[in-house]
Design a protein around this ligand. Structure first.
Ligand code: APR
Ligand code: PHB
Length: 411
């Protein structure tokens, strides 16, 4: 069996795992990233695309923002269509900066390229099948590499021995399942919704170029872009619907009905080149640590997709953990590591509060005319009240990450 020794074994090469490995490398801490998918699969899957200002700043400090700065589109706010009128929310005037519309798989590609250039090992096509030693007392030094992940790669079994393990392996990974299985104190808090999203990629020009949420008694629609000639559009659909229920004509008819307004021409239609069903759910697993095993990003929490917080939380968790690992490997003891979960969870729950609130506000539940009228009143208030917009804008653009860390200063 192939065996590799390192300081941190990172399971998963999504935004959480790749950002973490980069943040550790900047501090001179070794890691090995183990990823189940091929490089091609990882770098091409359509995901969300909102990069918050603090995530942009972090990517800049890590030296991986060149393409994002060139090709991304500043997304300083959004449009909201309500009662057939279009309202623009511009959060720049509130001083919190601007988010960037930049597809997640491009950011992942940039991080993989940067890892290549830096000689950071990523084992693609290698699935972790077991985690051991999470409960061994945590000490520094090479003899302390008592935590292991067992994986199966293209050339057979691989074992990575490490001081700590970062499970950055998403919602379907092994990390959360392991934490729940070995430690009764680990709990999952979740909320389900009777709807999901259908996401399509279409060859049409975005109009408006910033994202637009449309509220309708038929359900929410969201119109976002992927450059000058591609749009990414989402429809609220009943939970359990199947892709075959949504032929192109039905998708466009529904998108057009939900986005109909008295102040803009109807939505342009075009060829649909990709379609995905996206679950809408809220889930947080806490604490995000069991001994030497740390849960990071989607491995610990799933946000409803409204507001696109998942990628950003993955990077903020990675920031908190890398800061704590930096202190630990510098000999400062395990105090910061012990605080990882509490510190990360404050921002996680803040994002849950935001995404859950946005989800409740924008989606329509069947057979509840009272709730529909209350939502209309809330939306009227949001449109009319600058203080309500400011509060929303602060959370939409992204609140600061919960560490004083600045990468350039520490490189
Ligand atoms: N072994 C190795 N890799 C694994 C395993 C395993 N057993 N299980 C899962 N993985 C990999 C997946 O293939 C995936 O590439 O872990 C990675 C997890 O990445 P993401 O799912 O992207 O999760 P994360 O990095 O936390 O990114 C945040 O927020 O809401 C979302 O779309 C958003 O994906 C984004 C996420
Ligand atoms: C996207 O562009 O994928 C997107 C935009 C806004 C959201 C969610 C997703 O709230």
């Amino acid at each position: 069996m192939k065996s590799i020794d390192t300081q941190v074994a990172v399971i998963g090469a999504g935004p959480a795992g790749l950002a973490l490995a980069r943040m550790l490398a900047v501090q001179g801490i070794e890691s090995v990233v183990v990823e189940r998918q091929s490089r091609h699969q990882l770098c091409t899957a359509q995901r969300a695309g909102i990069v918050e200002q603090p995530t942009r700043d972090t990517m800049h400090e890590l030296g991986v923002d060149a393409r994002m700065s060139r090709e991304g589109h500043e997304h300083a706010g959004f449009h909201l269509r309500h009662r057939r009128r279009t309202h623009h929310f511009d959060f720049r005037s509130f001083g919190g900066g601007a988010a960037m519309l930049y597809p997640q798989h491009h950011l992942v590609t940039d991080l993989v390229d940067a890892a290549d250039q830096a000689g950071q090992p990523i084992l693609f096509d290698t699935a972790v099948v077991a985690i051991d030693g999470h409960d061994m007392p945590l000490t520094t030094g090479t003899s302390s590499r008592a935590a292991t992940v067992q994986a199966i790669g293209p050339a057979g079994p691989v074992r990575v021995r490490a001081v700590t393990i970062a499970a950055c392996d998403g919602f379907h990974g092994i990390g959360r399942a392991h934490a729940l299985a070995v430690e009764a104190a680990v709990r999952t808090h979740s909320r389900s919704y009777p709807f999901g999203w259908l996401g399509v990629l279409a060859r049409t020009a975005p109009d408006p170029t910033e994202g637009m949420y449309c509220v309708s008694s038929r359900g929410m629609s969201l119109h976002s872009s992927r450059g000058a000639e591609l749009t990414r559009q989402y429809l609220q659909v009943p939970a359990g619907t199947a892709l075959r229920d949504w032929p192109d004509e039905r998708v466009w008819a529904e998108l057009r009905l939900r986005s109909a307004s008295d102040d803009h021409p109807p939505l342009a239609t075009g060829e649909i080149i990709d379609r995905t069903l996206i679950a809408v759910r809220s889930l947080v697993t806490e604490p995000m640590q069991v001994g030497r095993l740390f849960l990071v990003g989607d491995a610990a929490h799933i946000m409803p997709p409204t507001g696109a917080k998942g990628l950003n939380l993955a990077v903020s968790d990675a920031t908190v953990l890398s800061y704590a690992l930096g202190a630990f490997f510098a000999g400062a003891g395990s105090g910061e590591l012990d605080s990882y979960s509490d510190r990360a969870l404050r921002r996680v729950w803040q994002a849950q509060m935001f995404s859950t609130g946005m989800t409740d506000l924008l989606h329509t539940r069947d057979d509840d005319p009272h709730a529909w009228r209350i939502r209309c009143a809330q939306l009227d208030e949001l449109v009319a009240n600058p203080d309500a917009r400011r509060a929303l804008g602060r959370l939409y653009v992204g609140t600061p990450f919960p560490t004083p860390w600045r990468w350039q200063g520490n490189a």
